[in-house]
Design a binder for this molecule. Structure first.
Ligand code: ZN
Ligand code: ZN
Ligand code: FE
Length: 756
């Protein structure tokens, strides 16, 4: 037997994720001496002991690490023995350590799940069970440092048994700030819709289960806000919830008992299973099986469903007692922020929910469920909230303190401090007072929580966005410089950040809308850019949209704009679906608007081209949620089972930048339609043509990395076709930062930092 000492440097996400207690535990277990200390790059460990024990220590380090930790660098060196007497967690006075401890809420770990179902355990049936590896964090922290007294758990005094766990480094609950048990912690209680108490604790859960079985709608106080639950197999329940929530067709997320339960209703690949079971436990968009007993109103006319599994003990306890899946949607009226305070929830949701499953653990800030889908074998976060926010993006260099306000749709804000960019949880569309107030609140919250003082403010270039106006206002009031960043530049920069690319790239920014340099609505852009500046390299041919961004809700307006470019006024005498959908009066209004060029906004939006095709194929003339008609076109294209390789004609013309003229493309679609070609064939061919366009433009541009960003790249089929088509070049897409406007704030930060 020989003694050895190892020096281990680890980089990555290793601070504030329960990493030091974990290392302490395994070192103690194996009777090793030495220390662990945080350092600027990550952690430094020195351990000495028997060679066998060291081996098993290294193996545990690699295979048993806490769920949130991630290694990007791992180096072991042998050094001289120091004959330490003990293993210690050494203090470090690093800047950034205090904010490094502000981490996301994490799904209940397997060990905690075991405890709540173990009748011998003192946490049997206890809905607030958690440990260092799981439980609430971002939703309960009120101040830094992250310590019990700075969380909403401060009102509960730990009992001796909980305190012992909390103070013992060998326990799974060492410094688990929300540690609690039935003796000392929060409890649940059930009320009616007037807030009148019905029962508490165990019987509240039993009664909730009974009500769910009876087809009632329950408002449940979850980890980051209220959720609305009802039986997902019952048309009556789901339709009633739609009516009360004023949500016509937008899909509801569905919670299932476990993966096996989901597999009855949806196709789950290996990677999808991994995402569902991850500590973040998001809503995952998966392909639904046909002819199941799931209510078709969960996701009307939609081949996909959003699924999740229980991620808090309370969800586990409820799901274990029922054998049907539950609608599990945010507790709000459509488009409003989610309710998260007891009183507020009662007043806002009393006309939606029959009963309220409340608890007395306050939620400090609201956090929605996150949404993920798999594209090109990679998870792509399309709504970043619970489980992910506020996990920082760590850069190589230190940035000034910058506040980025995001754009308008699916808004997030972001801040930079030290070498981190921290993006807020999903806030929502800034189109009503409640969400604008929520937006302002998140900014104040971030200032306090991250001890953040902006030296620079960055906003979108759109003069009418509420976020822009707010930026102008506080810039003036607080005398902080303001930089306006163009929407599509920010999209590409956000995708460059996550792919760690700094050199000039060819960015493909395709989405519905975005204010351009010429004041027009851009959205089909190819930009050659870096973090400082961009050149508009290519874009689509423009067309006129009556009502500008208002046309988002009416795909037929895009179709008419496109057809007007081709046929002029004659279009109003044809029987194309979008034209047929207009009343005589509407026809008159459209005709005169186009003739006089009044309220006609010129756009290059790729999102609107999807709308146009969707409308011409007769899929949808008006929509009830964002992106609906573009998605319908994608689903239709997925039904095409042939082996098509040809695409519609298009022209690329050179002006001061390249213009992709889609006239021939649409003429081709119209011909195919006349020739009674399958609509799924046309939809697929349209997707194929778009991927060909990206290939052609990238060939003209030369040897750049290709960056795909913008809401259009939530389209799985298109994105995968692009990857398939462009070989030998490096194509990059989003994963941890949403491709949609939820990612804009990140791009704004990095561009701001490069312009200051
Ligand atoms: Zn746990
Ligand atoms: Zn206790
Ligand atoms: Fe956008």
């Amino acid at each position: 037997m020989s003694l050895k000492r190892l020096k281990i440097q680890i980089q990555g996400t290793v601070q504030g994720v329960g990493f030091r207690p974990f290392v302490y535990r395994i070192a103690k277990e194996k009777n090793l001496k030495g220390f662990i200390r945080n350092n600027p790059e990550g952690v430094l460990i020195e351990v000495e002991g028997e060679e066998e024990d060291l081996k098993s220590f290294i193996s545990d380090l690699k295979t048993k690490k806490p769920p949130l930790s991630e290694y990007t660098f791992f180096e072991i060196k042998e050094i001289n023995l120091k004959n330490d007497k003990d293993f210690l967690i050494l203090k470090s006075e690093e800047k950034g350590e205090k904010i490094a401890l502000i981490l996301p809420d994490i799904a209940t770990c397997d060990e905690c799940v075991k405890e709540i179902f173990d009748s011998e355990n003192r946490r049997f049936n206890y809905p607030f069970t958690n440990c260092t590896n799981c439980g609430p964090r971002f939703s309960i922290i009120q101040n830094i440092p992250y310590d019990r007294k700075n969380t909403t758990m401060k009102i509960f005094k730990m009992c001796p048994e909980c305190k012992e766990e909390y103070e013992n480094p060998l326990e799974r609950r060492f410094h688990a700030q929300p540690n609690a048990c039935p003796v000392c912690g929060p409890y649940v209680y059930l009320t009616d819709s007037e807030g009148k108490l019905i029962c508490k604790r165990k019987s509240a859960i039993e009664k909730t289960v009974q009500f769910l079985k009876e087809g009632k709608i329950i408002a449940l106080k979850g980890i980051g806000g209220f959720q609305l639950l009802t039986n997902a197999l019952s048309d009556k329940c789901v339709l009633e919830l739609r009516k009360r929530k004023k949500r016509d067709e937008k899909p509801f997320a569905i919670m299932f008992k476990n993966i096996e339960h989901i597999k009855k209703y949806a196709f789950i690949s290996e990677i999808e299973e991994k995402v569902l079971l991850s500590p973040q436990a998001p809503i995952l968009i998966v392909k639904a099986k046909r002819n199941t007993d799931l209510s078709k109103y969960c996701a009307p006319d939609n081949p996909y469903i959003g699924v999740m599994i229980p991620y808090t003990p309370l969800h586990h306890l409820i799901m274990s007692k029922i054998d049907f899946p539950l609608i599990c949607t945010s507790g709000n009226l459509t488009e409003e922020p989610i309710a998260f305070k007891n009183e507020e929830a009662l007043s806002r949701l009393k006309n939606i929910a029959d009963y309220f499953l409340m608890n007395n653990r306050p939620i400090e800030r609201y956090i929605d469920d996150s949404v993920v889908k798999i594209i090109n074998e990679k998870p792509v976060i399309t709504r970043r909230a619970r489980g992910y926010a506020p996990m920082p993006f760590i850069l190589k260099k230190t940035l000034p303190q910058i506040l980025a306000l995001g754009p308008y749709l699916k808004n997030t804000i972001a801040i930079s401090k030290f070498n981190r960019i921290i993006v807020s949880q999903h806030i929502g569309d800034l189109d009503n007072e409640k969400s604008f107030n929520a937006f302002k609140k998140v900014i104040e919250d971030f200032k306090k929580l991250f001890e953040f003082k902006p030296e620079l403010i960055v906003c979108d270039a759109h003069p009418e966005y509420l976020s822009t106006k707010y930026g102008e206002e506080i810039s003036k009031k607080e005398n902080i410089p303001l930089i306006k960043v163009f929407h599509h530049h920010a999209h590409i920069a956000s995708c460059m950040i996550e792919n760690k690319t700094e050199e000039k790239v060819l960015g493909v920014s395709w989405d519905g809308t975005g204010y351009g340099r010429d004041g027009k609505i851009w959205g089909g852009e190819f930009l050659i850019c870096d973090f400082k500046d961009f050149e508009r390299f290519a874009t689509f041919r423009e067309f006129g949209l009556l009502g500008g961004d208002r046309a988002i809700k009416e795909p037929r307006r895009s179709a008419i704009g496109v057809l007007y470019e081709i046929f002029g006024e004659d279009i109003f005498d044809t029987d194309f679906e979008p034209v047929r959908s207009l009343s005589e009066n509407e026809k008159k209004i459209f005709k005169s608007a186009y003739r006089k060029n009044l309220s006609i906004f010129r756009t290059t939006s790729a999102g609107r081209l999807f709308d146009a095709v969707s409308s011409i194929l007769g899929l949808r003339q008006k929509i009830t949620y964002e992106g609906q008609s573009a998605m319908m076109l994608e689903w239709l294209a997925e039904n095409y089972k042939g082996n098509l390789n040809s695409f519609y004609d298009f022209e690329i013309k050179k002006y001061e930048y390249y213009v992709i003229d889609w006239i021939l493309l649409f003429k081709g679609i119209i011909d195919d339609l006349k020739n009674k070609k399958e609509k799924s064939f046309i939809a697929y061919k349209f997707h194929l043509t778009l991927s060909e366009i990206i290939k052609k433009i990238s060939e003209i541009a030369g040897n750049y990395k290709i960056i795909l960003s913008g809401g259009v790249f939530q389209n799985k089929l298109l994105t995968e076709l692009v990857f398939r088509k462009i070989k030998g070049k490096k194509v990059y897409m989003h994963s941890r930062i949403p491709p949609n406007d939820g990612g804009i704030s990140v791009g704004q930060i990095i561009i701001g930092a490069n312009l200051i």
